[in-house]
Write a protein of this length. Structure first.
Length: 254
């Protein structure tokens, strides 16, 4: 589950996953940025993990997902059909509070898997290192620290490789969206991410990233800048010029 799937999951009141779940925000590989409200939910992860996920496309397994609060309950895949049938058979009222109570009681009857039976997580080993390497105030230095870390672990090396080959503009977008999003309402975060997405469609990196990963599949994108240190500030600032405000937002209620 990545990108939009994680955005939908994070917006849910009750978040159930199966043991084979994988969560990631891998947009740095295609020249986009973690959207679908990621400026909100990545900011709420511990130890600057959200920044690390955005920069590296780090893939979290089920134990990691529970550890950082991205899911509430793990159920065996064999229970899904039974759970769906019970949801369909329930007599829903259409009243939010009453239906929420029904759903809560129904889910409490689902047999959850013991976390001790799950595959070991990656974060248990690396979260302190992640917090230390991402604690700086200069993005290029943080990138260098992550890439220079001599850690003999395939998971870490995959994260570092994604960052090394990822889009430098995306790295700056992740950096700024998380910093700006700390003081924003969810509504304003979606407005900000709309502006970011529109600018990404105007620039060449998104098309190039999709070409390299999904069309030609050569996995050799030629980004508009070779490193984060080469990206001009004005290029990043254009992604944050607002499209909507309280006066022209079509979703604004009277």
């Amino acid at each position: 589950m990545s990108g939009g799937g994680l955005g939908l999951l994070s917006a849910c009141r009750y978040r159930l996953v199966t043991p084979d779940v994988t969560l990631a925000m891998p947009e740095i590989s295609i020249g986009l940025f973690p959207d679908v409200g990621a400026s909100w939910f990545l900011n709420r992860l511990p130890g600057r993990l959200g920044l690390f996920m955005g920069l590296t496309g780090a893939r979290l397994n089920v134990a990691d997902t529970l550890r950082v609060g991205l899911a509430d309950l793990v159920i065996d895949a064999g229970q899904i059909e039974t759970l769906l049938a019970r949801l369909q058979d329930e007599r829903w009222t259409g009243e939010a509070a009453a239906d929420d109570n029904r759903l809560f009681r129904l889910l409490n009857q689902v047999e959850a898997l013991d976390y001790r039976s799950l595959a070991p997580g990656h974060l248990e080993r690396h979260e302190q290192t992640i917090a230390r390497l991402t604690a700086g105030t200069e993005l290029p230095a943080i990138i260098e620290q992550i890439l220079a870390a001599d850690i003999d672990d395939p998971w870490w090396q995959s994260c570092a490789e994604n960052l090394k080959n990822g889009c430098p503009v995306t790295a700056w977008l992740v950096w700024h969206q998380l910093r700006k999003g700390q003081q924003m309402s969810l509504k304003d975060i979606f407005r900000m991410e709309l502006a970011m997405a529109l600018e990404c469609t105007r620039r060449p990196d998104l098309a190039e990233g999709i070409r390299a990963l999904l069309v030609d599949k050569d996995k050799a994108p030629v980004w508009s800048f070779k490193s984060a240190g080469e990206v001009p500030e004005e290029v990043i600032e254009r992604h944050f010029e607002p499209v909507w405000d309280d006066l022209n937002d079509p979703m604004q209620l009277d």
